[in-house]
Write a protein that binds this ligand. Sequence first.
Ligand code: ADP
Length: 321
Amino acid sequence: DRPIDRDQRAGLKAIRDFLRIRNCYDVLPLSFRLIELDVGLTVKESLNILVQCGIVSAPLWDSSTSTYAGLLTVNDYLNVVRYYNLHADKLKDVDKLLLSDLKDVEKVLDVKPPETVSASPEAILYDALRQQLVSRARRIPLVSYDSDTQRTMVTSVITQYRILKFIAMNVKETEVLRKPLAMIKLGTYGNIVRCTMDTTVLDVVDEMVLKNISSVPVVTTEGILLNVFEAVDVIGILKTGDYGNLTWTVGKVLSARSPNHPGIYCCSLEDGLDTIFETIKRSRVHRLMIVDDNNYLKGILSLSDILHYLLVEGQEETNPT
Ligand code: ADP
């Protein structure tokens, strides 16, 4: 039992103990805004609202029943893209497509409709995260039920990034998680889905949906990392309502990105979670590309990979506590 193994275990235990004494509500900042979209809005209107507000996801609200109707995410837009690609004859009516129609689109495609898994704001954070791992949802809507009025209410939505940042800011033992990624075998290294600058958006979208991944690295023929195409890039492409833009190449989309785009984050196989938590503290990371000294792409470390490791490493997956 080398010191580094002992430290790693102690670090994980500190994080789990912390998550067991905090509830979902604690993750939220003191003041925040919540934008909910009525399912009677059109998909086109919803895109405009997301772009204007600078967000990529929102809870849906059904005002006819006064209930929470699931979480709208970029995945739903990817499915709309795929649907019209298969049914080009219907494209003339695309501007009339309502958010409430998404479930029908998703039925035709035989994929999951907007995610309805939620947690109570009072739920223990550890339990909510374990539940999230099972559902593979990337965000947890906090939904409460008021027994007086018998109504549900959406409080907020917490993302994987926010949870990791909450841990980074509050658990000093993240410093002892020094074992390199190569040693703890954290991340994905085999069968990485990649694209080149010349791949079309439609092809990348298909891959993202089929593999259930949120980004595809852009590489040269030699495998040198150039950039990362993200599922959220699709929102920018569709914001004009022009589904024809999907024939654009990845290169064209990347050069049309806003100059404020934060760029991509990389790390090496020798990095430990300690340094990765430092990056998370400083910047809004969505994932890290694992590269070698020559920028050759070796693997991908997603936020879900990190959360999974923090919660279940060294435990039986069937035993939730
Ligand atoms: P997140 O839920 O954090 O957005 P993803 O959904 O992108 O992460 O990743 C899900 C899983 O697939 C992770 O284990 C990740 O390492 C892996 N993964 C992510 N992107 C790719 C890719 N382009 N090719 C292969 N595997 C990937």
